[in-house]
Design a protein around this ligand. Structure first.
Ligand code: MF3
Ligand code: CO
Length: 263
């Protein structure tokens, strides 16, 4: 069963998750065509350590970096490296931190410069599906209600929901119970209770939902090599609505002023 967190614990998860938003914003300030993904990873690691926190992903089951940077057909868990960003790319930045033993976790997808209308809409609707999932996440509802909202919204546009990866509980562990699929039936699954902390993270594909893992053991890409978008918030379940613990505010300050980056 999923843990119920105290207010003090929720505050710690919030602190950590807010730093994740600030870190992704700092990364966004450096995003432009020609920068390599490993350079962005260094920006994130330095920023997190300067803020007295630890990168949560580095060393997690042997993961080698601070960020997951997933470009175009890469869905999630892209390992930063020599790859350079270019005009027209869809780039998902996923980041986790640990402060005082508690995890923060959030992700945001960016478009670099002139992106296609297909990619712009995919990002916009994936982001909206996250907020629809959040709106369905309060005490008395069930896990399946979240997935139902995400799935029915995006499938209405002909997109597909990745099923092999799901959201999760968050706390002193990065991946706690329950699993939070982005697909499902209304009224199905375990009940949500006040004080649960979960991450909702829709991974939405322009084409088929099928994904494959690259030989590096991490990178997940679409089988048809069409683009995929990803957004993630950490939330606390409340009586009548969820409280969003992570934040996109700082990120959106950057996307609004930087002509290379579109949200
Ligand atoms: N945000 C990702 C998730 O929620 C974490 C990346 S997993 C890691 O599953 F292993 F790369 F850290
Ligand atoms: Co997550």
């Amino acid at each position: 069963m999923a843990q119920i967190k105290t207010d003090t614990e929720i505050e710690k998860i919030r602190r950590s998750s807010l730093l994740v938003g600030k870190t992704i914003a700092e990364v966004a300030r450096h995003m432009r065509p020609g920068i390599s993904t490993i350079e962005l990873d260094k920006v994130a690691e330095t920023f997190i350590r300067d803020n007295g926190a630890k990168p949560a992903f580095k060393g997690y089951h042997g993961y080698p970096a601070t960020l997951c940077i997933s470009v175009n057909e890469v869905v999630v868990h892209g390992i930063p490296g020599k790859q350079e960003l270019k005009d027209g790319d869809l780039v998902s930045i996923d980041c986790g931190t640990i402060i005082d033993g508690y995890y923060g976790d959030s992700a945001f997808s960016f478009g670099i410069g002139e992106i296609s209308e297909d990619i712009r809409l995919l990002m916009e609707r994936t982001r909206e599906s996250l907020y629809r999932g959040i709106a369905a996440a309060f005490s008395g509802k069930r896990i399946g209600d979240i997935g139902f909202e995400v799935q029915s919204y995006v499938e209405g546009y002909g997109y597909s929901v990745v099923r092999d990866l799901v959201g999760h509980g968050l706390g002193t562990g990065l991946h706690e119970k329950p699993e939070v699929p982005n697909f499902g039936k209304r009224g199905s699954g375990s009940k949500l209770e006040e004080g649960m902390v979960i991450c909702i993270e829709p991974m939405i594909n322009l084409g088929s939902r099928m994904v494959v893992q690259e030989r590096d053991g991490w990178t997940i890409r679409t089988a048809d090599r069409k683009p995929s978008a990803h957004f993630e918030h950490a939330i606390a379940i409340g009586k009548e609505k969820a409280e969003i613990l992570s934040s996109f505010s700082e990120i959106e300050e950057v996307t609004n002023e930087n002509i290379y980056i579109i949200r």
